[in-house]
Design a protein around this ligand. Structure first.
Ligand SMILES: C[S@@+](CC[C@H](N)C(=O)[O-])C[C@H]1O[C@@H](n2cnc3c(N)ncnc32)[C@H](O)[C@@H]1O
Length: 270
């Protein structure tokens, strides 16, 4: 694959180094008991009964595997060869390889024809990490069949700004709010962050009707002193119930650590 720019090179470099340890990082209770469960709640009901899914920026196959287990064929598409290699190993171990096509590529230039997927997933921030979210949305919407759904997770502008305010002060927070982009020092690349209204506009501009925007997570903030809540199974379940009760509430969605969007491509007759 030819790589267009500095942003893509930095993302490829980072995930090239991180791939082998990537899954371990997400095995913590916050993701297992809370975040991933909320994500699946807002993916599963929108999956088609059959057909082909594009798992865009699908990484090590975290969501490809459950979608295949529901009987769907999946194109696991990612800019990082190393992330795809980890995914291939996991998928072969589960003997699911007949249902998956692995494809290296950039979501800003998707090498598939128009209207060919029955569902598109872009979970875990690939839209935030790409060079041009508007171009990516154009591509993701183009390959989705009319009348079908798309779900995506992105970085949340207000949550990032709040984090900057605490760590670096008001100047840096204002910079993020103005540029809607920040440099993730630990990863070595830029990330786009979205307010709920920016996200809505981006999707609508690209011919998608917004079904839901959800904050993940809106009440729970992961801190050493709150971790004990997630260690206790009963409390963790209550916490999930609480997050599911609040995560669509428009007045607080924007405070979610991440935003999750579900949208539908208009059918021809709509
Ligand atoms: C945080 S991981 C999420 C992986 C997976 N979707 C998940 O939820 O575990 C972000 C993924 O997006 C991929 N990515 C970033 N920019 C991309 C781009 N422009 N095109 C395709 N994939 C990209 C990365 O290589 C990485 O695998």
């Amino acid at each position: 694959m030819s790589v267009s720019g500095e942003q893509e090179r930095s993302v490829i470099q980072y995930y090239g180094r991180a791939a082998e340890e990537y899954d371990k990082e997400y095995e913590i209770p916050y993701f297992k008991k809370l975040y991933d469960k909320i994500t699946w709640r807002y993916v599963e009901p929108y999956l088609p009964e059959s057909g082909v899914v594009l798992d865009a920026g699908g990484g090590t196959g975290k969501w490809t595997i459950p979608m295949v287990k529901k009987g769907l064929k999946v194109v696991l598409y990612d800019i990082s060869r190393e992330m795809l290699n980890v995914a291939r190993r996991k998928i072969m171990r589960e003997q699911l390889e007949n249902m998956v096509v692995f494809k290296e590529g950039d979501i800003c230039r998707i090498d598939f024809p128009d209207n060919c997927f029955d569902f598109v997933l872009a979970e875990g921030d690939p839209i935030s990490y790409c060079s041009n979210p508007d171009r990516a949305l154009g591509e993701l919407a183009r390959v989705l069949k009319p009348g079908c759904f798309m779900a995506a997770g992105v970085d949340s502008l207000f949550s990032v700004a709040r984090g900057m305010l605490v760590r670096k002060g008001p100047e840096e927070a204002l910079k993020v709010l103005r540029e809607k982009r920040f440099f993730a020092e630990a990863w070595g690349f830029h990330c786009w962050a979205f307010s709920p209204s920016d996200l809505r506009s981006l999707f609508e501009k690209n011919g998608l009707e917004v079904v839901k925007i959800v904050g993940k997570t809106v009440a729970y903030v992961s801190r050493p002193e709150t971790e004990s809540l997630l260690q206790d199974e009963e409390k963790a379940e209550k916490l999930l119930e609480l997050e599911l009760m609040l995560c669509e509430e428009p007045s607080i969605v924007g405070y979610g650590g991440h935003l999750h969007i579900v949208a539908k491509k208009k059918a021809y007759h709509e």
